[in-house]
Design a protein around this ligand. Structure first.
Ligand SMILES: Cc1cc2nc3c(=O)[nH]c(=O)nc-3n(C[C@H](O)[C@H](O)[C@H](O)COP(=O)(O)OP(=O)(O)OC[C@H]3O[C@@H](n4cnc5c(N)ncnc54)[C@H](O)[C@@H]3O)c2cc1C
Length: 370
């Protein structure tokens, strides 16, 4: 008999899982809280794992790619002087620059008309059994139904409701790294820089990074460190950033970027949370970590290809394949966060030296291969 999966969340993780499960003969149903697709989002660097997963899911070729041809990155100092640094999009496993919406659009092409997608629908209760799970679904008008599935997949983001319903409250799993992010598209090119130029303004506990994109406005990413990110995420981003960056002008660059934020309806303002769990599945409920994106869906599909009728073994295989990847990322997250938002003067200095070393080693390698 055809196995049915309920996927909660029509994001990158949810659509990837739906495509992968459908290929393995499952019948996925996706529910999404929003009344329509959430197409937004800004710069994302697609690394090898993401590229390979997109390729395995059959969406890499239809995905818009936005790495500028003449890309250069600059470290811009407080006084407005600049120094060329290693180019972020040419790190060891050369990420492709895309917008989150490009990934969403590509995955939607694999879902539209092939998977039952129900908007304005949420899960309000889950009875998790050994062989099946019963889910109470609620639609916007208040209508409720209870449906039975062979597998329920929580792909509903960092603040997952499925996790709260089945595993426990956020606080049990959240590990804050004390950083806030605000991403949005700049309304105009950065004065004095060329198309394809990316830049980083770094100071202790606060940074602005501008990611250039081909054919689209650059993404501005403000980051700052705070002791209480949950409280910070409830504040107004513009006035908060104006206050935090008030004494950092950088030749007018910071105030102009904040002026652009003031004209935007659409921006991402959130704390960076690491979700740590000893297991990602319980009974017939699986959480697709927000970190894993397309890779989570691909690995789930591989696990069901290896264990077609054995959900328990497939979930064990998923866990075994994903755990080392997630562990590696979480181990380096503190270091990465120092690269993005240095917490003290020593980190700020170390970060500058590192970018310079990367630039020199890249020049050396390209001379050797020429
Ligand atoms: C609109 C949007 C813009 C984003 N922009 C960026 C960006 O610029 N850069 C970046 O790095 N990351 C961004 N993200 C986050 C990024 O997409 C994810 O962290 C990552 O891709 C993993 O995706 P996910 O599918 O696990 O979670 P998400 O992308 O967060 O998707 C979760 C989906 O589940 C839905 N949902 C949530 N709760 C429920 C519920 N109870 N019932 C039903 N549906 C529910 C949400 O509406 C959403 O569509 C954005 C996410 C969204 C939704």
């Amino acid at each position: 008999m055809t196995q049915r999966a309920l996927i909660v969340g029509l994001g990158i993780g949810g659509m990837s899982a739906a495509i992968a499960l459908k290929r393995q003969g499952w019948m996925p149903v996706i529910i999404e809280r929003a009344p329509e697709r959430r197409k937004g989002g800004y710069f994302i660097g697609l690394r090898d794992e993401g590229k390979n997963a997109a390729s395995a899911l059959g969406v890499l070729d239809v995905m818009e790619k936005r790495t500028p041809e003449n890309i250069r990155f600059w470290d811009v100092r407080k006084d407005g002087t600049r120094r060329r640094i290693a180019d972020l999009t040419q790190e060891t496993n050369a990420p492709i620059a895309v917008l989150r919406g490009d990934i969403e659009e590509a995955l939607w092409s694999g879902v539209e008309g092939k998977v039952d997608v129900r908007f304005s629908t949420v899960s309000v209760a889950i009875v998790n059994g050994a062989m099946q799970a019963q889910v109470k679904l609620q639609t916007e008008g208040g209508g409720e139904t209870t449906e039975t599935y062979d597998l329920v997949i929580g792909a509903d983001g960092v603040r997952s409701t499925v996790r709260k319903l089945v595993f426990g409250p956020d606080e049990a799993f959240f590990h804050s790294i004390g950083t806030m992010l605000c991403a949005f598209p700049l309304a105009r090119p950065v004065e004095g820089f060329e198309a394809g130029d990316g830049l980083m303004v770094a100071d202790v506990k606060r940074t602005l990074t501008v990611f250039p994109l081909e054919g689209r406005p650059s993404t501005a990413l403000f980051s700052y460190r705070t002791r209480n990110p949950e409280r910070a995420s409830r504040k107004d981003p513009l006035s908060t950033l104006r206050q935090i960056f008030s004494d950092l002008d950088v030749g007018g660059l910071i105030p102009k970027a904040l002026e652009d934020l003031g004209t935007m309806d659409d921006f991402l303002f959130d704390s960076v949370q690491m979700v740590k769990m000893p297991r990602w599945s319980r009974g017939r409920v699986l959480l697709l970590g927000a970190l894993a994106g397309m890779l989570g869906g691909q690995v789930l599909g591989d696990a069901f290809a290896a264990c077609p009728q054995d959900v328990d073994s497939a979930l064990k295989m998923f866990e075994a394949r994903m755990r080392p990847f997630i562990r590696k990322h979480q181990r380096f997250i503190a270091l990465r966060s120092q690269l993005f938002v240095p917490s003290n003067r020593f980190s700020l200095w170390g970060r500058r030296v590192l970018w310079q070393i990367l630039l020199r080693s890249r020049k050396y390698c390209s001379r050797k291969s020429a």
